[in-house]
Design a protein around this ligand. Sequence first.
Ligand code: ADP
Length: 248
Amino acid sequence: DVSHGPILYLEDISVSFDGFRALNQLSLAIDDGELRCIIGPNGAGKTTMMDVITGKTRPDRGSCFFGQTIDLTRLSEPEIAHAGIGRKFQKPTVFEPLSVFENLELAMKTDKRVAAALRARLGSAELDRIAATLERIGLQGSADRPAGLLSHGQKQWLEIGMLLMQEPRLLLLDEPVAGMTDAETAKSAELFASLKGDYSLVVVEHDMDFVAALGGKVTVLHEGSVLAEGPLASVQADPRVIEVYLGR
Ligand code: ADP
């Protein structure tokens, strides 16, 4: 299988804002090739956790490793992106006047190796990469459309394609199906299933039906640390989890 130990390892991470503990000794390991969902009520620390992984927020204490050797707490946000961690926020941020093809082409240019190669010209290898990504995100029929004309779901898939053009190993996705139609959500589940294995994914998600469709292990955050972890059905049956959700 694809598992070779953790791709992401957080240990004892704490973050405070003006004395408020947003993350409280959070420890978490994501296996290589795993798809992990992060759930938890508002304010649980999910966004702060993503901010720590991507270098946007520095932890007050604790360690955060990517693979065996890359200490993320010592890298800047751009360095972390180049190391192979792509992040997508909840709202789509595509270049709307540009075509789908041009959006993917532009994103590919942020891959350092490609940027160097492209100083000469766009070769057939790069065209192949764009074609493969178009197919993967289901937009092969829309390559020449302005991205601003895509549906909300298609924009979200395009943005995931833009992350893929940067050859990440780990994808962090914040509520990727928020605002999608049921059909788009179902297509997203298929897309994510196809990404799993080739990439590692951490998906922050409130839509429990979608979490169930994704399968795999679920981590429940609460008050900045892990409350429960395991298959969705077992964490949903956990009295501490029920308490947290009903006690809101
Ligand atoms: P979630 O994404 O699970 O809803 P967050 O990580 O956004 O949770 O927030 C965790 C807690 O930290 C919340 O109580 C929030 O108000 C607080 N918080 C997050 N970012 C900041 C900040 N920059 N300054 C002050 N408080 C913050």
